[in-house]
Design a protein around this ligand. Structure first.
Ligand SMILES: Cc1cc2nc3c(=O)[nH]c(=O)nc-3n(C[C@H](O)[C@H](O)[C@H](O)COP(=O)(O)OP(=O)(O)OC[C@H]3O[C@@H](n4cnc5c(N)ncnc54)[C@H](O)[C@@H]3O)c2cc1C
Length: 436
């Protein structure tokens, strides 16, 4: 009789990876997948590891953030990246795949793995505490499972994502920016924020550009209904000429005579990146780059992440989980994949692999330490788990260099990516030698 050592719910990117990693380490895994009996609004095939949109796993250059994470996944023996490599299609420097061949290969590999038992049915709740569980239900998790997560996580379980862009600190034009918090509140020097002033003419042109800019249309299953406290900037621009100037761009409490001020808030503990406060948006990425360059301080800004608004189920991991991604409220349950608060195919895969390592480590009595923050894995993990200051929002992230600790010593900008990558590879090697 097949008695599972671990139950994995969800056979997407994270769940497939987690099940594979556990099985390869000798644990018996029940992998519960709801398809084809129930399909999310974005999934269309019965296959595992379905890519619901783009067929690209992004850049394969190890000196880019996505390439770095994939290099780490390869070193960790990722099933997803192995199958992607085997089914790649020409896409310049990116790792793009024949999506059906890719998902078929993942499905076949799991089906042929003796330690994996596939159960095709929706999980409507969470199994009792006699077996560890990994929940990888993805950004569109629904039904009884979502309700159960909600009952455990309360209002720290979110269904929509409203993300503001993040820029690299080095790319801000400081001749057009000044530090300072409204009304001098904040740390001792009162300089928690970077303020980017705009004249009346600059502001008016900016509002016009926001109105005319090309937006990403909502998907069929997304309702374009927004929380009043979290409106997209283009919606505010549409509501009136000065709505933004009285809203997130209000110049009050600051030493400036500007008509409007864009505020940037420190995004990471290293102060190497800043987010544009209140700038959640549905503008296309190209339009964000073009239109935000109209803010004088951001004329040459380099974006680590663009803004977006989309349907996405995720939790605030740092509040709700222990250091091994286990839920405080139900410690035999770990979350994995996008639901932990990462974004994207490879990021979700990495969080599936990590949840498997933590689960396996516990099962054999050899707990796995957190991945080093200088690695792509560690950067994502520490983003999820970093304690936030009161009022500091938590938003999901894809992998970007802004999540990594700054390099020691001074390095030319053009050399930094390669140095980040080299440092990450070295740290990853030591960590894997300890845990894999
Ligand atoms: C519309 C849309 C477009 C996207 N486009 C991109 C893109 O272009 N590039 C990119 O990198 N990322 C994209 N993403 C994000 C990407 O889908 C996720 O990062 C990734 O698929 C998450 O992996 P996951 O394993 O966490 O979830 P998923 O891959 O979604 O897998 C979750 C699995 O769990 C199953 N499941 C859910 N609930 C249950 C249940 N109760 N019982 C059993 N099984 C269950 C689902 O059927 C599914 O197979 C997109 C997301 C959406 C929603």
């Amino acid at each position: 009789m097949f008695r599972p050592d671990v139950i994995v719910i969800g056979g997407g990117l994270a769940g497939s990876e987690a099940a594979w990693q556990l099985a390869r380490r000798g644990l018996k895994v029940s992998l519960i997948e709801q398809k084809p009996a129930r399909m999310s609004p974005a999934h269309t095939t019965p296959l595992f590891a379905e890519l619901v949109c783009s067929n690209s796993l992004r850049s394969d250059d190890p000196d880019t953030p996505a390439g770095l994470l994939k290099a780490e996944l390869r070193r960790a023996g990722s099933l997803i990246v192995e199958c992607a490599d085997a089914t790649r299609v020409p896409a310049g420097g990116a790792l793009a795949v024949d999506r059906h061949a890719f998902s078929r290969l993942v499905t076949t590999r799991l089906a042929l793995e003796p330690n994996v038992r596939i159960e095709r049915r929706p999980a409507e709740g969470l199994p009792e505490a006699d077996v560890p569980v990994i929940v990888a239900g993805g950004p569109l998790v629904g039904g009884g499972l979502a309700a159960r997560i909600r009952s455990l996580c309360g209002d720290r379980f979110y269904f929509y994502d409203a993300i503001a862009p993040i820029v690299e600190a080095d790319s801000i034009d400081w001749d057009h920016a000044f530090r300072g918090s409204r009304w001098g509140k904040g740390t001792d020097d009162g300089g928690d924020y970077v303020n980017c002033p705009m004249s009346t003419a600059e502001y008016r042109a900016f509002v016009e550009a926001l109105r005319a800019g090309q937006k990403v249309p909502p998907r069929a299953f997304e309702e374009p209904k927004y929380f009043e406290g979290c409106l997209p900037i283009e919606v505010m621009a549409d509501r009136g000429d000065d709505v933004l100037a009285f809203g997130p761009m209000k110049p009050v409490g600051l030493e400036t005579r500007a008509h409007a001020v864009v505020q940037l808030r420190t995004e990471n503990i290293y102060a190497t990146s800043f987010n544009l406060v209140g700038f959640q948006t549905r503008l296309t990425y190209g339009e964000q780059k073009r239109i935000f360059a109209m803010i004088p301080a951001l004329a040459k800004a380099e974006f680590l992440r663009f803004g977006s608004i989309h349907r996405n189920s995720y939790i605030e991991s740092w509040r709700l989980c222990g250091s091994e991604l286990e839920l405080h409220a139900l410690p035999h349950v770990r979350l994995a994949g996008q639901i932990t608060g990462v974004e994207g195919y490879i990021e979700s895969t990495a969080m599936g692999l990590l949840a498997a390592l933590f689960t396996h480590g516990r099962a054999i009595g050899k707990p796995v330490p957190a991945p080093p923050p200088t690695t792509g894995f560690g950067a994502l993990y520490h983003h999820l788990m970093r304690r936030r200051a009161p009022g500091e929002p938590f938003s999901p992230t894809n992998i970007n260099f802004g999540l990594l600790p700054p390099l020691e010593g001074r390095a030319k900008k053009r050399d930094r990516r390669a140095l980040h990558a080299a440092r990450a590879q070295e740290a990853m090697g030591s960590w894997l030698a300890e845990v894999a």
